[in-house]
Design a protein around this ligand. Structure first.
Ligand SMILES: [Zn+2]
Length: 252
């Protein structure tokens, strides 16, 4: 049985039997895996604190033929979310890990998804503004899955959405596209979600920025993007994540 060594992000764990844990982790090169960490719940376990959600670890594991569960040999912490410097950062850690778990297909490698998670952790450790980071993370997650509507031009008329005119765009109910003010329909029964020109500019910047270099955005922009992302996430996940509810309750 060969030992695979790689880098991974811990997504979640479950208790197993007396003293063990099942660990769900996203490897850099081999997709999402589930593995048994023997004795992980014993004091002084060799897995120690390496199994907290979103910890970046060096792991070694054995794959067994005809079995879905791998067996973890070791997990060493490379970067812990406890390195996050902002007091509210830890509230986001579980949300990021849960989103990655929801969207990462089992055993189907996506190095870009892994990199998104790993750089989000770097950004938390670097102390970037968390309000912008969480919206950035959702934006890129949805983009990598191919479900973020193009935000540079109106779907109907093709006019640039942020041509400096300062006009907003609309995500119409049920539509997977943004529309300019003129094409968004009658203002009276427009419905849908509105993105201001400022929010559209933030997206344009984020499409070419590393999360570690993120600047904060005004609270109004955070709220607009949150509304759009919640709509898109709910549409594609068909449920609301537990950690997203917790985050919202925390802010109340
Ligand atoms: Zn238009």
């Amino acid at each position: 049985m060969p030992l695979y060594k790689t880098e991974a992000l811990v997504l979640r764990t479950y208790k197993l039997a007396e003293a063990d844990r099942i660990v769900v982790f996203l490897t850099r090169d081999r997709g999402k895996k589930r593995g048994v960490a023997n004795g992980a719940r014993r004091p002084r376990s060799r897995f120690a604190a390496a199994l907290e959600p979103l910890t970046r670890v060096g792991v070694g594991y054995y794959e067994r033929e005809q079995r879905d569960l791998v067996r973890l040999s070791y997990a060493e912490t490379l970067l812990s979310p406890l390195a996050a410097t902002r007091p509210d950062a830890l509230a986001y850690v579980e949300y990021f890990a849960e989103l990655l778990d929801e969207w990462a297909p089992e055993g189907d490698p996506s190095e870009r998804l892994y990199r998104l998670g790993a750089t989000a952790l770097d950004a938390l450790a670097a102390g970037v503004p968390t309000g912008a980071l969480v919206r950035y993370f959702e934006y890129w997650l949805l983009r990598l899955q191919g479900v973020y509507p193009p935000h540079l031009a109106c779907r109907a008329c093709g006019s640039l959405l942020d041509a400096g005119a300062g006009a907003p765009a609309w995500l119409r109910p049920g539509a997977d596209a943004f529309f300019c003010e003129g094409c968004a329909g009658d203002p009276g029964d427009r419905g849908g979600v509105r993105l201001s020109a400022q929010a559209l500019r933030a997206l344009a910047v984020w499409s070419r920025t590393s999360p570690v270099a993120l600047d904060g955005v005004p609270p109004q922009v955070e709220r607009e993007l949150e509304a759009v992302h919640r709509t898109l996430l709910a549409r594609h996940l068909e449920k609301e994540l537990r950690s997203a509810r917790v985050l919202r309750d925390l802010r109340r």
